[in-house]
Design a protein around this ligand. Structure first.
Ligand code: AMP
Length: 140
């Protein structure tokens, strides 16, 4: 079994609420969301850092981030989104991941990644994951 938690989610060996499952990229809910709908966009192939990511996959990651950001408007009522990627420094999982965080005006977010909430139930998380997936524009 893979060591990397994101590889295990990809392989179905660890729980995850998938919102995108495409050829080169997957995306799933962050388990400790800044706000409900906070999504991680991840290259399917295990790549630890941005420097190791090939251009086509980097483009695919960014394109999925763009589409998830748009999907968060109808899915969770976001006004906008915050996209961020910790590359080595502050990167707690050694598999490239782009954070896509739904934002609302005056949502009180001051720092970047705190404080975190929790989903009340797996059902709540599943519902939000399904709403994002259903709101995604098709792959171009
Ligand atoms: P970073 O600190 O930028 O590397 O972000 C890593 C993110 O992965 C954090 O926001 C964690 O909440 C998230 N995370 C870690 N383990 C899991 C998991 N099993 N499922 C979903 N998200 C996770």
């Amino acid at each position: 079994m893979a060591q990397c938690i994101f590889d295990r989610i990809r392989d179905g060996d660890a729980p995850g609420h998938l919102v995108v499952d495409e050829a080169d990229v997957i995306a799933f809910l962050d388990a400790r969301p800044l706000f409900p709908g906070h999504t991680l966009v991840v290259p399917r192939r295990h790549v630890a850092t941005l420097a190791e990511l090939d251009e086509a996959t980097a483009s695919a990651v960014w394109d999925v981030g763009r589409r998830v950001a748009a999907a968060l408007r109808p899915a969770v009522g976001a006004d906008g989104a915050f996209l961020a990627l910790n590359d080595e420094v502050s990167q707690s999982v050694a598999h490239v991941h782009l954070h896509v965080v739904p934002r609302r005006r005056k949502d009180g977010l001051r720092g970047f990644f705190w404080p975190r909430g929790r989903y009340e139930t797996p059902e709540e998380a599943a519902k939000i994951a399904a709403a994002i997936a259903a709101s995604l524009a098709p792959q171009s």
